[in-house]
Design a protein around this ligand. Structure first.
Ligand SMILES: [Zn+2]
Ligand SMILES: [Zn+2]
Length: 159
């Protein structure tokens, strides 16, 4: 598509940046995220205080905390996943799961421009509260997707 003259062209190679609500923690994604979706598991509900969270995925080495490393707290939210958050304001930042050791999921609402990504599925849809608006045109999975990277074909639960 031809660029209109005089209009700034967005550099698609520019790294996405984001951070927590108070500004203490800042991060940079050194490559474009490649997988984005809703999670409605009970942990995401409690962490967000809402009906679910949107995460977007990059390779672990492409996620860089560029400010406030000392303010990044972490906790094991399940026996297979660890979450990070800002110790100052409580904003959720990431989740890292055992079955995807080389990847990390970023809480998409913490991006400086959340429009840079768009969810393409709902997981743990069976746990979503009835008042959670679901995107009708997206595939919904009761738990994890049957083709989840790092799990056996068809495996949708992690013990
Ligand atoms: Zn903060
Ligand atoms: Zn979840």
């Amino acid at each position: 598509m031809a660029e209109r003259q005089g209009e700034p062209t967005r550099n698609d190679d520019a790294p996405l940046e984001g951070g927590c609500a108070c500004g203490a923690v800042r991060y940079r994604l050194e490559a474009a995220p490649y997988d984005t979706g809703w999670c409605h598991c009970r942990v995401c509900q409690r962490v967000s205080g809402s009906g679910g969270m949107v995460f977007t995925t990059v390779h672990l080495i492409q996620y860089r905390v560029v400010q406030g490393e000392d303010d990044v707290g972490s906790f094991a939210s399940t026996d297979f996943g660890t979450r990070t958050y800002c110790r100052q304001c409580g904003s959720p930042l990431t989740i890292h799961v055992r079955h995807q050791p080389d990847e990390i999921d970023i809480a998409a609402g913490t991006l400086d421009d959340p429009e840079e990504v768009a969810p393409s599925f709902h997981i743990y849809a069976a746990e979503a509260p009835s008042w959670m608006p679901m995107m009708a045109f997206l595939p919904r999975y009761k738990a994890l997707r049957p083709d989840t990277r790092g799990l056996k074909e068809g495996q949708t639960e992690v013990g």
